[in-house]
Design a protein around this ligand. Structure first.
Ligand SMILES: Cc1ncc(COP(=O)(O)O)c(C=O)c1O
Length: 474
């Protein structure tokens, strides 16, 4: 439904921007046009509402507000206090959490806050208590050296990258891998599913301080009650990174043992994926961890971004509406329709299907392509995806053997299961007519140009029925 107020807001904003740097205004318009042209199946992206987007473009950005509401290191933070409190209250109510911290600037930052909160509570606090001091500045240099060594000799267990884990779960390219002695748990090589008995045995052997659960590319729903039992049996803190599936938790599609809140000691998330908010992160925890989580800034975060916290408050409030529960259920229904459509057309999917918002297609065994070739060919066909490793991937993390497909964005546009079946047909058609450029090529490929053009036409037809931001006419 066209909404002249939103259109006027954006036209005016673009005029103001264009007067200073027209290239930026042009790029903003160009991005909208590009997003309107492509079928977005990137599992970690979405389309936030105009209210969420507009809340970020204002003078809240000018304010410094280190600290927490009512306890700031800067004067004049009354409005930021109001906004942060509102976002926090919405997060607590939405997820049923004892405590929420909405300052993290991204998912990586939320995980860093969580790791350091766990270390502060479990490693630093006992050293302070033993020394009879309240603050690290009061430790003598021998105790300080000892604490620093202890902080850097802790263990964590996280999901293997090729099983769907994330770099921030203890892998060397990320600070978490340099900080912790890490061991990865994988998935059962035959079923592709988490094997809880194997994870429990590994945890008993490795004795981690932190057990990390959560994923970027696992098409099923972990059982967090079981993982909590495994963690607590070995004295580990369970941290769940729900960056990908926070929208499904918010919409109560994931409940009971599948809802990490209440089972995990600390839960982290992004706010921009299935939760459909602004780019950012948040941390939820029980009261025990709250004072440590709240020290995220300045422990590892720069000053909070009040304009983004305002947008988080709006998105979290949107996620508390009944319509968000229907949206979350539809994400999963659409993912199932996509998976079924791909399977019926002969594609091989990791774990044989999906129970959540994403599908992991093995393009090496299905089409004789690397993930990199399939990703590029699908872009030629009008479909935006990203390549991803599959368990035991022979092509490595750069070329990969898989394509990850997610439905949060198309569901926001209003796509239904019938249209996702059509999307499956476009994908399979494009990849059937794609070949590696040579038998050894891992990046170069050839797609039949007539097929690519026909697929682009079909994507355009689908998108014509579901215009992105229909209220915005520039
Ligand atoms: C599970 C998981 N955690 C954390 C992140 C990092 O989020 P961000 O890009 O906001 O730092 C991602 C992003 O892809 C993710 O999938």
């Amino acid at each position: 439904m066209p909404d002249p107020v939103v259109a006027i807001a954006y036209r005016s904003a673009l005029e103001v921007i264009s007067a200073v740097e027209p290239d930026v205004a042009e790029a903003i318009v160009g991005e909208l046009e590009s997003q309107r042209r492509q079928l977005k199946l990137i599992a970690s992206e979405n389309y936030a509402s105009p209210a969420v987007l507009l809340a970020m473009g204002n003078w809240l950005s000018d304010k410094y507000a280190e600290g927490t509401p009512g306890h700031r290191f800067y004067a004049g933070c009354e409005m930021v206090d109001r906004i942060e409190t509102l976002a926090t209250d919405h997060a607590k109510a939405l997820f049923g959490a004892e405590h929420a911290y909405v300052q993290p600037h991204s998912g990586i930052d939320a995980n860093l806050v969580a790791y350091w909160a766990i270390l502060a509570h479990r490693v630093e606090q006992p050293v302070l208590d033993e020394a009879g001091v309240r603050h690290v500045n009061d430790l003598d240099s021998a105790s300080w050296d000892q604490l620093r060594n202890e902080l850097h000799s802790q263990r964590m267990m996280g999901m293997a990258l090729d099983a769907g884990g994330h770099l921030t779960h203890g892998f060397r390219p990320n600070i978490s891998g340099k900080l912790f002695d890490q061991a990865s748990y994988g998935v059962d090589p035959t079923s592709g599913l988490l094997d809880y008995d194997a994870i429990a045995a590994q945890a008993r052997e490795f004795c981690p301080l932190v057990l990390v659960a959560g994923y970027s590319a696992y098409p099923r729903n972990p059982n967090f009650a079981t993982l909590a039992e495994i963690a607590h049996d070995v004295g580990a803190t369970l941290m769940v990174d729900m960056a990908h599936f926070a929208g499904l938790v918010a919409g109560k599609v994931l409940a009971g043992d599948l809802d990490p809140v209440g089972h995990a000691d600390v839960v982290t998330s992004t706010t921009h994926k299935s939760l459909r908010g602004p780019r950012g992160g948040l941390v939820l925890c029980n009261e025990e961890y709250a004072p440590y989580v709240d020290k995220g800034c300045p422990m590892v975060l720069g000053g909070p971004l009040p304009h983004v916290m305002a947008a988080k408050a709006i998105a979290l409030s949107e996620a508390r509406q009944p319509s968000f529960a229907s949206y979350a259920a539809q994400i999963v229904g659409n993912a199932r329709a996509l998976a079924d459509g791909l399977l019926r057309r002969g594609a091989r999917l990791v774990t044989g299907g999906t129970d959540n918002h994403l599908v992991l297609m093995d393009v090496a065994t299905s089409f004789g392509l690397t993930g990199r070739q399939a990703e590029a060919a699908l872009l030629d066909a009008g479909v935006v995806t990203n390549r991803n490793t599959v368990p035991g991937d022979a092509n490595g993390a750069w070329y990969t053997s898989g394509i990850r497909l997610g439905t949060p964005a198309l569901t926001t546009l209003g796509f239904g299961p019938g249209e996702l079946d059509e999307v499956a047909d476009v994908i399979v058609e494009a990849l059937r007519f794609t070949t590696p450029a040579t038998s050894a090529a891992k990046a170069k490929y050839e797609i039949d140009p007539r097929v690519a053009q026909a697929c682009r036409g079909r994507c355009a037809d689908l998108l014509a029925h579901h215009r992105l931001y229909p209220e915005i006419e520039l």
